[in-house]
Design a protein. Sequence first.
Lengths: 266, 220
Amino acid sequence: MSGKVVTITSGKGGVGKTTTTANLGVALASLGDKVVCIDSDIGLRNLDVVLGLENRIVYDLVDAVEGRCRVSQAMIRDKRIETLYLIPAAQTRDKNAVSPSDMIKLCNTLREEMDWILIDSPAGIERGFRNAIAPADEVLVVTNPEISAVRDADRIIGLVEAEERGPAKLVINRLKSSMVKRGDMLSAEDVVELLAIPLIGIVPEDENVIVSTNQGQPVALEAKSLAGRSFNNIAKRLKGEDVPWLDLNEKDGIFNRLGRIISGGG
Amino acid sequence: MEIKGTKDGILVNLEGQDWLEAKDELISQITTRQEFFQGAQMILDVGANVLRAKDLGELRDVLSAQDVALTAILSHSIVTQETAQLLGLKSEPANPQGRPERKLKPLDTVLPGEAAVMIHRTMRSGFKVAYQGHVVVLGDVNPGAEIVASGSVVVWGRLLGTVHAGAEGDETAVICALDLSPLQLRIASKVAIAPKGDKDPQPEVASINGDQIVAEAWQG
């Protein structure tokens, strides 16, 4: 078996990298794939909290890299979905505890066992980001429909291209269709036009995300939440399925139109 | 003295020249063309000149006073290479991807002094190109990207970033783009900020007219 390494990054903080990683992990594992999520945000870990696995951490990423434990010992198995694992970040160290070649070595070990290795990148463009993209087969750039996040996403996409890990794929998170309609928010089309990379998913603003994050129950576990369904669709698209675009707006189907434009354009 | 822009910074070729003369000329070039060199990373090809730590250290200090960072020294001389390493300078250009450097070989038909570089990609935020000559971009220039050219700048795409044409004082330089909506335009010593507001994108040319920069629709 040779698993695929997908790095989730953004440049700007707080746009939803960790939420996206957790939900894609849950979504892919629910489809029966073996998934390991790696939190590479050493010193500021929180993927464990979002996944609700904080209380079960014994060993972490740095322990595995520095050989204080076997890689399998650092992998926490999720209780809800048997095929989902987490390698948490160390909280008491910093980004320099791990090097890009450590990450490549670790991922090469994990590839043999797993279908998917999802790496949650820290914000920024420094060492932590370099660690996260070094082993990537595919890079997802998460952005929000606001100028500052898009500007940082553009910078990150350029860096991913320079590292020859591109082309990155785009996830637009926290879109509010009512604000877009009023002209108060960038539309998904605006964002895609500027960044000029393939779009793999649009996730609407959804209060359930905050509730579920606080409870450590990713929304992708709930079929009824719109954000959860969006994440499940991204997971299917990662697997190569052609999934129709969700109508995030009850009345005006602009996303359907967008979806048609994108699939029509290849 | 041959000066050209590369991906890793400004490459200055002093090969075959006497070190002391070449050094003085380089320093005078940098002081007179501050706008072009400011903030640049410089790679120096010194050919066979044998340089000691004192020579290179002095030059580095003079350059850094002008806000130019000396990053690498290329040389055939082993002594010079060792000196460079001693000072923490690279003795070969950083080119991690092993991409061939874009070499510009002048053709016979090239007009004297009309050097140009072509960038066939979208320039994203954080990328900067500084070139002594004209710059042509086949792609978009996104907000946060920066072009500094001593000549004119042509963008076959959307120009949303920052451009400085005629950076060495050439007031006849122009900036044109299929959609001219930059954050800021500079030609020679003039600065203009594009007016806010949506307009239908159309090819435009910006140039100096009288005392200010004006943009006009492209008349084929």
